[in-house]
Unconditional design. Structure first.
Length: 672
């Protein structure tokens, strides 16, 4: 059967599987039409965590909300975070390519990714593939350098050098509404077919539910340019297909006792090709990867009194991955590695307000991770994490000071061989925001944070590679910046700027051993980073109804290898550009909208030595989108046409992993 027939069959099965949802919707519609009785409800007082505005936070904050996300030509969270300053996205190409994030050159493992307030974990390799998380169910994406300054967080929220928070959409209903149904499809280049469906239903005044499901298929073939210095040709990227399902179901509730809660189930199942690097005139790789990720998580918030509040969080996750390499033959056949990871997590956060300006927080977390694999001489590790965070917040009219101390205890156990030693670390954080003048729209900010990251299971226990004597990577960050808002009435201008310095000690690196299949993990590296980030945003509306917006961000960054005795001493570390930036312009008039965005990444090097053979040229992309909203059968329908990489530039984010050229996408959204 052809790929086209496979795709059509899969889409038909997807729509057939959604039929019960449409049938249920019809029942809901009848119930809504027959509603004729009214009753007086008792007064309910809801407590909500106060969130600091972006421009008043004592740390740099970058936020993309629902409307801003729609303006970007983005399919997943990974596509959207490219527009944040100070961020390098490691993209291996195509719809199904692995996509991880590196903030301020500290490494992917130093960035914590939180989904609805609870961290997404991967004890195996410490990396979260942001390409798995689609934007159709996302309300907000926020990047915090250092940590989020809000109270009531889990202890894990303080345990990373930087954090990304993904907030999924929650049900919201106007008076008299009991349901919302949102369906759509995205299609375009690379054989993309991405239908999705979101349903919100109001069960009662205190309970609502949300179902979100999507299917993604793409054959992944695209043209790219290949040159090796001798000849120049155009080839087709092969084995870059993806077939993935996602389903999320959640319940949201409140009570009459100043509390609220949610419970969410998430499942993702995919099979994809791994096209590999284009080296030695080899254009095709046959490796395959299967992923199956499921978790059940929940949160309960209780405002016990005016002064005291408590938050309980819990999560159970189970992940399976399979890597098949038909090109590598072992004694038992093709290389076929399979991993099973389980995680159990609990958190209890307490906040007590002593006065109107001073509050104290105490968070206690526990996490258990286990990893099973079908590898020869595997260690079968188990890790227990115990975290305790003590924080204080002094919030005066023109001065905000936050300080915290995090205790982290890690205990590893293995079934075979020797495990890593138990470890306990104490790491401090100090943040301050100051309004120096009478103008509340101008603020200064600064923070200092010391944190570390434990070696992953792969670093410690991977067969023939792991080193159980590895030390953690330690980072120290120092940041100073400002924010300014000017709002005369017809438009809003926002400016932000930060200068930072970062020190990384005992950086974990892999060095070749006796052959290419036996590497050794060592603590060798020291990196010092100096950077400047600047961002400007302008938004407003003309007198004749044109709504416009523009933003510009720029990053200058020197991330130097300062390892004593290193042959690359003083060189820029791999894949970190000195200059990078992005820009975007949007205009909306009545029911029409036009968006343009630009991303620039400067010259880089693919290896530690900054020599001509490792040099990577700068790259940039132009993206455009046009959207139109119309009324169909009394409901809103939106049609969008997107063009990515408008000038058809050929480039690599990771060397020898070519990215697509010009591509197109059509989006249809229908809301009931």
């Amino acid at each position: 059967m052809s790929a086209k027939n496979n795709r059509c069959t899969a889409i038909w099965r997807y729509l057939w599987g959604c039929l019960p949802v449409f049938a249920a919707y019809a029942g809901y519609a009848q119930e809504k039409d027959s509603l004729t009785e009214y009753r007086q409800l008792e007064e309910v007082v809801l407590w909500q965590q106060r969130k600091l505005p972006e421009h008043t936070a004592p740390v740099p904050v970058q936020v993309l909300t629902g409307e801003a996300l729609k303006k970007l030509n983005s399919l997943s969270v990974a596509d959207a975070v490219r527009y944040f300053s100070g961020v390098q996205l490691k993209d291996y190409g195509g719809v199904g390519g692995l996509k991880t994030i590196n903030v301020r050159s500290m490494g992917t493992e130093h960035t914590g990714v939180f989904y609805d307030g609870i961290r997404l974990g991967n004890a195996q390799n410490g990396q979260v593939d942001l390409g798995k998380y689609a934007l159709d169910n996302m309300e907000e994406i926020a990047l915090y350098n250092g940590q989020r300054p809000d109270a009531g967080q889990s202890a894990k929220a303080y345990a990373s050098a930087s954090t990304i928070y993904l907030q999924s959409r929650k049900p919201e209903f106007a008076a008299g509404e009991t349901y919302h149904l949102h369906a759509g499809i995205k299609t375009g280049s690379f054989g993309l077919a991405n239908p999705y469906l979101n349903l919100d239903y109001k069960i009662s005044d205190y309970l609502s539910a949300r179902l979100s499901t999507a299917y993604t298929y793409a054959h992944g073939r695209y043209k790219y340019r290949f040159t090796n210095g001798v000849y120049d040709t155009t080839a087709t990227r092969e084995n870059a297909d993806i077939n993935a399902w996602r389903v999320e179901g959640a319940l949201y509730g409140t009570t009459g006792f100043n509390s609220k809660w949610f419970l969410k189930y998430y499942h993702y199942d995919s099979e994809r090709g791994l096209p590999g690097a284009v080296v030695a005139n080899r254009f095709y790789r046959a490796q395959r990867l299967w992923d199956r990720n499921s978790f059940l998580q929940g949160e309960f918030r209780q405002q016990v009194s005016e002064r005291y509040s408590v938050v309980f969080r819990g999560k159970y996750s189970k992940d399976y991955s399979r890597y098949l390499d038909p090109e590598m033959v072992t004694t038992s056949g093709f290389l076929d590695n399979r991993y099973h990871q389980e995680s159990l997590y609990f958190s209890l956060s307490n906040t007590y307000r002593f006065t109107g300006f001073w509050k104290l927080g105490l968070a206690v977390d526990y996490e258990n991770n286990t990893l099973d694999a079908n590898l020869y001489r595997f260690a079968y590790p188990e890790r227990n994490n115990y975290l305790v965070a003590l924080t204080t917040n002094i919030d005066l009219p023109r001065l905000n000071i936050q300080a915290g101390l995090l205790s982290t205890t890690v205990k590893d156990r293995v079934r075979y061989y020797k495990g890593a030693e138990d470890r306990q670390e104490f790491t401090p954080t100090l943040m301050a925001g100051w309004q120096p003048f009478g103008n509340p729209d101008f603020r200064l900010r600064a923070f200092y944070k010391r944190i570390f990251r434990m070696p992953t299971f792969n670093d410690l226990y991977y067969t023939f590679i792991g080193n159980t004597f590895l030390k953690p990577e330690y980072t120290r960050q120092l940041n100073a910046g400002f924010s300014y808002r000017y709002h005369p009435g017809t438009y809003l201008l926002e400016l932000q700027g930060d200068v930072y310095r970062i020190w990384i000690r005992d950086k974990i690196v892999a060095v070749p051993g006796t052959n290419l299949f036996r590497w050794t993990m060592l603590n060798l590296g020291k990196v010092e980073t100096t950077g400047i980030e600047a961002k400007a945003k302008l938004s407003g509306e003309t007198g004749w109804g044109l709504v416009y917006g523009a933003q510009l961000s720029f990053t200058w960054q020197e991330a130097l290898d300062v390892t004593p005795g290193s042959s690359a001493y003083g060189d820029q570390i791999p894949y970190i550009p000195v200059h990078s930036g992005s820009a975007g312009i949007s205009a909306a008039y009545r029911k029409w909208q036009l968006n343009y965005s630009f991303i620039y990444t400067g010259e880089r090097y693919s290896q530690k030595a900054n020599i001509p053979s490792n040099y990577l040229q700068p790259w940039y992309t132009h993206d455009m989108a046009a959207r139109h909203e119309m009324n169909v059968f009394g409901n809103k329908m939106e049609v969008a046409v997107e063009i990515n990489n408008l000038l058809n530039q050929y480039y690599d984010v990771i060397r020898n992993f070519p990215m697509p050229g010009r591509s197109y996408r059509i989006v249809l959204n229908y809301t009931l």
